[in-house]
Ligand binder design. Structure first.
Ligand code: ADP
Ligand code: GLC
Length: 484
């Protein structure tokens, strides 16, 4: 199959969250399966141009606000040549410090930025006589490409027969903009209706992906069901219900070349399910790095965007009670300034027990996954979640809320049941602090039973969440779209 994939981030080039991990890995797996896949990204200033051998290509003229705009194109490759890459270069939009905003605030012209990106991709990735079989767009930033395919480019021979798959990584982020910005989409006003891009008087880009795509998916089966309900749909549940026959759940994989405790270059020591001694060393080094007393005590890790989605309020609420026990907590996160302040305040109160880093630090994320005993992820909702998968691989037992991908990937321990032989972590349902706290108490009780705990660790480490299976499921969705 000939697949064109568009997104706003991809490892190792640009990352704010799990979307980047997925978009950086899936194309490689598809290529390995023998498909012809090209990835299109904005040319952010921070992209390491040499690593991906970026070269200038002929620029394209993009219809823009009634005029034409010359937009730069650079091409390179990812994964040592396996995946060709097209970068859209327009420095006034993309040569900025952040991907979507700075200092906790979104850039006000994000609609313009990503409309231009999508429109330029439609121009730059035309291959005369060889329309892609599939245009695969991720999240609101890429959604307009699907709208363009089905409207402005419907009769363009360069896109004849191309089908669209739209992937929802998080329905909480919809790309909502004032109607005054609609003109920048370049779409006719006939598309600004409640059935299409209009949403309670605003432009909703994600909705465009949902209504125009041939096939939809999200990143776990449970989340695919949840988003059709008012509790999880963020107002789009009605739209999704009307498209439920075309909506699928494909659980993300993880890149075991990058997240593997046997080979991870970020770790002070390596280990495997058969020999866990390196993990003890990782724990000691992490305690020292985070300026906590180096001793034998349960160490709880947290690596997260600091957002309401992630249940950070629940964590902040229980921390004083949790820290009354003999435990240590290390937290790495950036995001909502109010959570940053609360976490910093608590760590000042419990300097020997809670150590916090309020930044984005990929190597430290690896060291926390390896050095911690438990991983805390009490998300209020979680489309898939990658950190619990990394935790499982690193023998760091996850404590999660039973929602979305967390429900699909962590097998909960049930006291006094015969769950011992299958459990890989701990989970709870009601997002209340007391419920999280009692789940932590249970986990810490089991931690004292070394045999039981080692069983949990080893089973987690043996789970297989490799991309192979997920990539195969995407190929099935592509085939389904092509057969429509
Ligand atoms: P989401 O995409 O909703 O943030 P995921 O669990 O899918 O959640 O993916 C988060 C990714 O971002 C993981 O790769 C995680 O390690 C990384 N990450 C999140 N916060 C940080 C941080 N402060 N520093 C380094 N990596 C982080
Ligand atoms: C989103 C979701 C997260 C998911 C990631 C990759 O950021 O919040 O749950 O793992 O996308 O699909």
């Amino acid at each position: 199959m000939n697949i064109l994939m568009l997104a706003s981030e991809a490892v190792p080039l640009a990352k704010t969250g799990g979307l980047a991990d997925v978009v950086g890995t899936l194309p490689m797996e598809l290529a390995r399966l023998g498909h012809d896949v090209r990835l299109a990204l904005p040319r952010y200033a921070a992209l390491d141009a040499t690593a991906i051998k970026l070269k200038k290509a002929p620029s394209v003229e993009v219809p823009w606000r009634g005029d034409r705009l010359e937009v730069g194109v650079e091409t390179g490759t990812l994964g040592g040549g396996a995946v060709p890459l097209t970068c859209i270069r327009y420095d006034p939009f993309f040569a900025r410090q952040g991907l979507y905003g700075e200092g906790g605030r979104d850039y006000p012209d994000n609609l313009d930025r990503f409309a231009l990106f999508c429109r330029a991709v439609m121009e730059a990735c035309k291959q005369p006589g060889r329309p892609p079989d599939i245009l695969h767009a991720h999240d609101w930033q890429a959604a307009l490409a699907v709208a363009y395919l089905k409207t402005l480019y419907r009769n363009d021979p360069a896109w004849a027969g191309t089908r669209a798959l739209f992937t929802i990584h998080n329905i909480g982020y919809q790309g909502l903009f004032p109607v005054s910005t609609y003109d920048a989409t370049g779409l006719p006003w006939s598309e600004y209706t409640p059935e299409r891009l209009e949403y309670y008087g605003q432009v909703n880009l994600l909705k465009g992906g949902l209504v125009y795509a041939d096939i939809l998916n999200t990143v776990s089966p449970t989340y695919a069901r949840e988003i059709q309900t008012a509790e999880f749909g963020f107002g789009l549940e009605g739209v999704l219900q009307t498209r439920k026959d075309r909506l699928f759940g494909v659980t993300n994989g993880i890149d075991y070349d990058v997240w593997n405790p046997e080979t991870d270059p970020h770790l002070p020591a390596r280990y495997s399910a058969d020999d866990l001694s390196g993990k003890r060393e990782c724990k000691r080094v992490l305690q020292a790095e985070m300026k906590l007393p180096v001793r034998d005590v349960p160490l709880v890790g947290l690596v997260s965007r600091l957002a309401f989605q992630k249940g950070i309020d629940l964590i902040v609420d229980i921390l004083p009670k949790l820290l009354d026990l003999d435990v240590q907590v290390v937290a790495l996160g950036s995001g909502d300034p109010s959570y940053q302040t609360l976490l910093a305040g608590l760590s000042a109160r419990y300097p020997d027990k809670l150590s916090v880093r309020l930044t984005f630090d990929e190597p430290l994320a690896h060291r926390i996954e390896a050095g911690a005993d438990l991983f805390l992820m009490p998300s209020r909702y979680e489309p898939c979640g990658l950190n619990q998968l990394y935790s499982l691989r690193y023998g760091t037992v996850p404590v999660v809320r039973k929602t979305g991908g967390l429900a699909d990937t962590v097998v909960p321990y049930v006291p006094d049941a015969r769950s011992g032989s299958v459990a890989t972590g701990f989970s709870f349902e009601t997002p209340e602090p007391e419920v999280l706290l009692s789940t932590m108490f249970l986990a810490l009780r089991v931690y004292r039973d070394k045999e039981e705990w080692t069983g949990l660790m080893r089973r987690g480490m043996q789970q297989d969440f490799s991309w192979q299976r997920s990539a195969g499921q995407y190929v099935e969705l592509y085939a389904r779209a092509m057969a429509l």
